[in-house]
Design a protein around this ligand. Structure first.
Ligand code: NAP
Length: 248
């Protein structure tokens, strides 16, 4: 029996990067996968085709995770297609980096709305499903920047630290209903988000990582499989850093 056999997961921002890898790791472990995209339609449709080899049900949905009404509609659509949701992974996120001196109010609001607002929207919209099913696992993708802070990323750090406080509160509120809520805080993972960094910056990062390599999207995918599976059924309210030891 595979680790996520017969479960249904909903992953936001699944078409690219870390989200894509979470979808792949879940499907490989027998999970039926519903995932969203916002702008990457072609990549999302390709992923649906690609995951068919795992013999699980897969469907993608266009949905802006920062829009509350769209999130309610999304949950209704997923339930009508899949009948249940066992795991919610809030992965969608953006960066708009700048020093505070140069950061516009809209750059601050956009990042907080998409990164943290989306976690509120999707978690609130799916709670009634988890309560009805009397179980559920919510996994929120934060960042080590949300734990430590980072110069030039005050908007991003605030949104990612907010995710940690939100998740711990949900774990306390809903633990008695068998609904778990954990955070994965990736370190430096190679995706489009980190692609724009210069070779110099990349080398400096790698040098400071105890495991001496950057992370791959599937390093995060594997951590999510654990938190989605029954292997973690006594774990809630935790922040799992997937960072090669960077913050240690
Ligand atoms: P990425 O390659 O830039 O992908 C971002 C994903 O978020 C895309 O699938 C994108 O979908 C989706 N997204 C953005 N805005 C959205 C919206 N309004 N509604 C729905 N989906 C939206 O970034 P990544 O590196 O995979 O990052 C994924 C998550 O991991 C983010 O939360 C990020 O903060 C976090 N993280 C990444 C790193 C890293 O080193 N890469 C480190 C720590 C944390 P579309 O393309 O369809 O718009």
């Amino acid at each position: 029996m595979k680790l996520l056999e017969n479960k249904v997961a909903l992953i936001t921002g699944g078409g690219r990067g870390i989200g894509r890898s979470i979808c792949e790791s879940f499907a490989e472990n027998g999970c039926n996968v519903a995932f969203t995209y916002n702008s990457s339609k072609e990549a999302a449709e390709n992923l649906v085709e690609e995951l068919k080899k795992y013999d699980v049900k897969v469907k993608c949905y266009k949905s802006d995770a920062s829009d509350h009404d769209k999130s309610v509609e999304l949950i209704d659509n997923v339930i009508s297609d899949f009948e249940r949701i066992d795991v919610l992974v809030n992965n969608a996120g953006i960066t708009k980096d700048n020093l505070l001196m140069r950061m516009s109010p809209s750059d601050f609001k956009d990042v907080v709305n998409i990164n943290l607002g989306s976690v509120f929207n999707l978690t609130k919209s799916s709670i009634r499903i988890f309560l009805k099913q009397k179980e559920g696992s919510i996994i929120n993708i934060s960042s080590i920047v949300g734990v430590k802070g980072n110069a030039g990323q005050s908007n991003y750090a605030a949104s990612k630290a907010g995710i940690i406080g939100f998740s711990k509160s949900i774990a306390l509120e809903l633990g008695s209903r068998n609904i778990r809520c954990n955070v994965v805080a990736p370190g430096f993972i190679e995706t489009d988000m980190t692609d724009s960094l210069s070779d110099d910056v990349l080398e400096k990062w790698k040098e400071s990582i105890p495991l001496k390599r950057s992370g791959k999207p599937n390093d995060v995918g594997n951590a999510c499989v654990f938190l989605a599976s029954d292997l973690s059924s006594y774990i809630t309210g935790q922040v799992l850093q997937v960072d090669g030891g960077l913050l240690t």
